[in-house]
Design a protein around this ligand. Structure first.
Ligand code: NAP
Ligand code: ZN
Ligand code: ZN
Length: 349
């Protein structure tokens, strides 16, 4: 086993603190990766604080992992030592069910091994995430990262990137469509970049007036401060698709009413409490509501290659791993522009 430095939460109330974990020696099909950077996703916070239930401790969060290959197993064909690679929200899945067979591993019908707060395929060995110095992953679940992408800014693509790219593609966002993005955080700012790159006219709905200028710079045409909005009538029936990335409870009916006939509200944000749905917000215009979970390996690679081609990366604030607790507090306050990324080179050897 490989002794590995990490940062872990010991219970839902504890701060993250140094912790030692064991990684497996790479097997024939494994890749051992030196982790250079890991993004701080709001899902890390929900889970470290057990806001979704079923959290298991000690927990090493982190699923926006980028780094360099240290060494590979004897049967690994796709990777070589020194290459830049990424690992996202899962490190294995059953590989046999219809979803896995279709490359939609995130919807695995048997057991998906999320990168942390979960177990390997044996359903016993705990998984530990990217707030650590190295990780061993089967090559099938490792992504290639183009040299055109700066690594720290590429890290958030592994979750925030694919989570927003996937529904925009699935619901066929195209040139000339009106797309709303609710919440300008880690996911939201990637959604704005992708929707704009796909040719949509993007409107940001935000509770933070200070983000207005950035929203435009990121590609949005319009900005709505939802805290001070007095007259929402001009927004009714205007949008083909609205992507809601808000991490806290809020009124979704407000946004449903902004959809055109048959428009879709896609929920990617996952607050800890259920939403109240006003049925007429859907019924009156045959509107739809959908959810979307991250993306499969094939689509994640497609998104990374799209980003390399279009020069799309995340806006990041890189901090040493020792500042992770501060990064959590600032993320909760919405004080992040627009993703914290931990520098794991500061963890020590
Ligand atoms: P984040 O960076 O904290 O962004 C969330 C944004 O929501 C904030 O920046 C803020 O934007 C807005 N917001 C926060 N509190 C609010 C409130 N009380 N009322 C209204 N707006 C509020 O979080 P993230 O990392 O982007 O993640 C967002 C959510 O998506 C989380 O719940 C996370 O767990 C979930 N998630 C889901 C998936 C998936 O596969 N579906 C994947 C990753 C993450 P403004 O300042 O602009 O208002
Ligand atoms: Zn995430
Ligand atoms: Zn499966």
């Amino acid at each position: 086993m490989l002794k590995t430095k990490a940062y872990a939460a010991q219970n839902p109330k504890s701060k993250l603190a140094p912790f030692t974990i064991q990684r497996r020696e790479p097997g024939a099909r494994d890749v051992l990766i030196k982790i250079l950077y890991c993004g701080v996703c709001h899902s890390d916070i929900h889970q470290a604080r057990d806001e979704w239930g079923q959290a298991s401790f000690p927990m090493v969060p982190g699923h926006e992992i980028v780094g360099k290959v240290i060494r590979t197993g004897s049967k690994v064909k796709r990777f070589r030592a020194g290459e830049s690679v990424g690992v996202g929200c899962f490190v294995d899945s059953c590989r046999k069910c219809p979803s896995c067979q279709e490359g939609l591993e995130q919807y695995c019908e048997s057991h998906i091994s999320f990168t942390y707060n979960c177990t390997e395929q044996d359903q016993k060995t705990p998984t530990y995430g990217g707030y650590s110095s190295q990780i061993t992953v089967d090559e099938k679940y490792v992504l290639k990262i183009s040299n055109k992408l700066p690594l720290a800014k590429a890290a958030p693509l592994l979750c925030a990137g694919v989570t927003t790219y996937s529904p925009l593609k699935h619901f066929k966002v195209a040139k000339g469509q009106s797309v709303g993005v609710v919440g300008l955080g880690g996911l939201g700012h990637m959604a704005v970049k992708f929707a704009a790159a796909m040719g949509a006219e993007v409107t940001v709905f935000s509770t933070s007036p200070s983000k207005q200028k950035d929203a435009r710079r990121l590609g949005a045409r319009h900005f709505v401060n939802t805290k001070t909005l007095k007259d929402s009538a001009p927004l009714q029936d205007q949008f083909d698709l609205i992507l809601d990335s808000v991490s806290a409870p809020h009124d979704i009916n407000f946004y449903l009413n902004f959809l055109k006939r048959e428009g879709t509200l896609v929920l990617v944000g996952a607050p800890e409490k259920p939403y109240a749905l006003e049925p007429f917000s859907l019924i009156r215009k045959r509107r739809k509501m959908a959810g979307s979970l991250i993306g499969g390996i094939r689509e994640t690679q497609e998104m990374l290659d799209f980003c390399a081609r279009k020069k799309i990366t995340a806006e990041v604030e890189v901090v040493p791993v020792q500042k992770v607790n501060e990064a959590y507090e600032r993320t909760i306050k919405g004080d992040v522009h627009y993703r914290f990324v931990l520098d794991l080179q500061t963890i020590g050897s």
